[in-house]
Write a protein that binds this ligand. Sequence first.
Ligand code: HEM
Length: 504
Amino acid sequence: MTDAAAPKPAPAPLWTETPAERALLERDMLYLPDSPPPSLERLASSRLLRRINTIRTIRRASRNLLDMVHPDLAHRRWHATRVGPEVVITINDPDLARHVLQANAGNYVKGRFYDIVFAKFLGASSLTLDGPAWRQRRRLISPAFNARAIRGVEDIVARHVEAMLDRWRAVAGASPQGGEIDLSAEVSELAMRVAMEAFFSSDMGEETARIGRLMDITITDAGSPPFADVMGLGKWAPRRSRKAAMEALEALDAWLLPLIDARLARRADGAGEPDSPDLLDILVHARDEETGALLDRGAIRNEVLTLFAAGHETTALSLVWGLDRLSREPVWQDRLAGVAGAAAEAAGAPLDPAGAKAAAELPAAYDEILRLYPPAFTVGRQAIEADRFEDLEIPAGARMQVVIGLIHRNARLWEAPGKFDPGRFLGDAKTGRHPFAHIPFGAGPRICVGLALARLEGLMVLARALPDLRLSPAGPPPDPLGKITLRTKAPVRLHVALRRAAEG
Ligand code: HEM
């Protein structure tokens, strides 16, 4: 038999959605815990119940943080419970979120939980510090994320997006039916490569898989702090081993510290800040406004690790959830592909960031992705002093958990909240919306410092991928898993085909 007569390969299996899957995709809560935590009122009646609840909650939360969210919260503005020594108030209300994150932000710090979760890994950094030390650190790192700095990394982002899409186009073009990619691995590699080059002007080479694994081990471990730490028990209390995470952290340090040391050595030799500094240059040359002091090696290491950890996983997850959902929304996918394709044709070149922004449907689609699947599902604060909001008494020390993922699907704020509809962010549709109804990057003084970089990456992937590639699901909708971020329980795969082949 000649090649020409060889049978065509069997069509790649394309996922056929069931009504149950559609209902799951469009429900008002992304996640429903099967047994919710009891309310504060019920716990007040029994010490035994409080103990049992604490142990149970910590166990469950260390497996999946989303289990902390009470399903009743979908219909309530807040819910109070007690975990160990703390009153925990979970929030599904834009006014209370504004009170905690902005209006009375001075009374709320990152607090004990951030110490437990991050201190061992990131140390003191812009993410974990509070008060004047945080303000100073934030001032120091902000120049690395201002409009000029972001324009400076546009080419880096475009180059890495294209390199990723070339791999996808090769898979898609290998057969008329297209093929499958490991979406989770692909976008994680993209976000790491962008961070590495934008922050350190350095190439990750073949390191992405190893560094990704090390980051994953440390972040996963940080997201499940030992019971004794959560309970605030002394050193005498037994704790589970964190050996694997500490080894991963050492390996990360062994990778990062030489990069930092090389720049510190240049500074010691008298080299000033270059004309186009990267993030590491900015940190190495940053001086305290009042004292003129430079950051020491430890502070630079903490900041660099924080920015790498805070930046790469969140951005990658927005694309995992977003492209998976788009693969299940063919009408919007075709519309976005048409808009991006027409804009690129008019420009006579692949869309650049300004062109992608100007094609209003594209930023609207990224906003809708961040609404349905906010990678930072929840942000927490601790009350310094007792406070009051309407009829809610907030005791001193209370943990305030703003559940962004609930506010984003709150039926009082959004019509048909589970439906994918970027139209919510187009034209007049935004008029009159509560300013805290959509807060994927947080809000107030501690709003995400890297949001422009994240948006740039998200937008460029949509703008460049959709005109060429038709995305379809390779399996059922992903299951959410709350660690520190909104992960998926298993890596997500995606089916990609060339649009021209698919349409021809
Ligand atoms: C889609 C991607 C991203 C999402 C959804 C996201 C979300 C958030 C949120 C919700 C906060 C506020 C936390 C709080 O109030 O407690 C935050 C803070 C922060 N983010 Fe992002 N982020 C993203 C990307 C990035 C990137 C790319 C970077 C850096 C390269 C970054 C660095 C930070 C830092 C340093 C903070 C702490 C800021 C402070 O407290 O002053 N993030 N992020």
